[in-house]
Write a protein that binds this ligand. Structure first.
Ligand code: TYM
Length: 325
């Protein structure tokens, strides 16, 4: 059976890019293999330095996942910080990581270009991510396009360690990216991302949701003129939420003319509200049962730590790390 693994950083509210690009696949794939999903809270430390907030964000993501249909009976769902073997492996991998490889990191280069003064955590972020993946002997990593480079680095580092000790200590993983949702656009047409402030969050509702949908950027084609659905930011989101018939019907109205972007936005708003309605109810109920939520993480953490320990032990042995007890 294949081991599937993925993680999400708890660093604020999750958006529909996270959902369609990653979480929906995670929920589907829990049926298909031995799935491990985790809250990447060590990674969040590169940008969040408020302990109370990090804990809140972490539980928020747990609630989101459970509300959206992640089933802790079918997968191992846990917090990264419950598996300290991750940082242990990250150190060993770091000792086989050329500085020049990290300097090529797109996420790191972006932050530097935007004037951020990066810390070492941000610089070596891909090494920790590689450890996340490799510590469970994962085969398949379902993510959005923006994570592709990090998975390539994980493959690279696994190979380097195996070659350095001439033993198959780690399994070479592969990314799993669904093309049609590899990069979900935000309300300004760029990749949806918290750092661009262009997100529609999964659990936005009421006025906030309406305002965001109404502010999606469109061109200035007149109401009566025909429009191209394939270049429209509103339609790019409609196609995620609509079933095939609805999508084709709306595309037809775009092409016919007499259908304005305002109409399309109202349509999208209704689709989003309907799509997440059940999850929204489930989430509210879960917040009244936080003991259950914490239990889920404890059970997942115990299982994940066991697996990680079984991968870590031969690595300690092979690398010659002395353990006196
Ligand atoms: P994060 O928390 O930024 O995003 C979580 C997942 O959502 C995907 N995603 C998108 N997909 C399509 N369109 C978008 N606009 C969009 N925005 C976000 C991301 O690709 C990701 O799959 N470094 C990771 C977390 C991580 C991880 C790991 C992932 C840590 N360790 C090990 C996989 C394996 C991150 O920051 O994702």
């Amino acid at each position: 059976e294949k081991t599937i693994l993925s993680g999400i950083q708890p660093s604020g509210k999750l958006h529909i890019g996270n959902y369609f690009g990653a979480m929906r696949q995670h929920i589907r794939m829990q049926e298909e293999g031995d799935a491990f999903y985790f809250l990447a809270n060590y990674h969040s430390l590169t940008s969040v330095s408020d302990g109370k907030r990090l804990k809140e964000y972490t539980l928020d993501v747990v609630l989101d996942y459970l509300a959206l249909g992640l089933d802790p009976e079918k997968c191992t769902f846990f917090a990264q910080s419950d598996v300290p073997q991750t940082t242990e492996l990250a150190w060993i991998l770091g000792c086989h990581t050329p500085v020049s490889l990290m300097e090529k990191g797109v996420a790191y280069k972006d932050k530097v270009a935007n004037g951020l003064n990066p810390n070492i955590g941000l610089f070596t972020y891909p090494v920790l991510q590689a450890a996340d993946i490799l510590i469970y002997h994962s085969h398949l990593v379902p993510v959005g396009e923006d994570q592709k480079q990090n998975i390539e680095i994980a493959r690279d580092l696994a190979g380097k360690l195996n070659r350095a000790y001439d033993r198959e200590l780690l399994i070479i993983p592969e990314e799993y990216i669904v093309k049609s949702v590899a990069t979900v656009p935000g309300i300004d047409g760029r990749k949806m991302s918290k750092s661009y402030n262009n997100t529609i969050n999964i659990f936005d509702e009421g006025k906030v949701l309406k305002k965001k949908v109404m502010s999606i950027q469109t061109d200035s084609t007149a109401l009566e003129d025909p429009k191209d659905p394939d270049t429209c930011n509103v339609f790019a989101l409609i196609r995620l939420f609509a079933d095939d018939d609805t999508r084709e019907e709306i595309a037809g109205r775009y092409r016919a003319g007499g259908y304005g972007y305002g109409h399309a936005k109202k349509e999208l708003l209704g689709l989003i509200e309907g799509y997440f309605a059940e999850a929204r109810d489930r989430r509210k109920k879960l917040t009244e049962n936080m003991d259950y939520v914490i239990d889920v993480l404890r059970e997942g953490g115990i299982k994940a730590r066991e697996r990680a320990e079984s991968v870590m032990e031969p690595i300690r042995e092979t690398t010659g790390l002395f353990r006196s007890f």
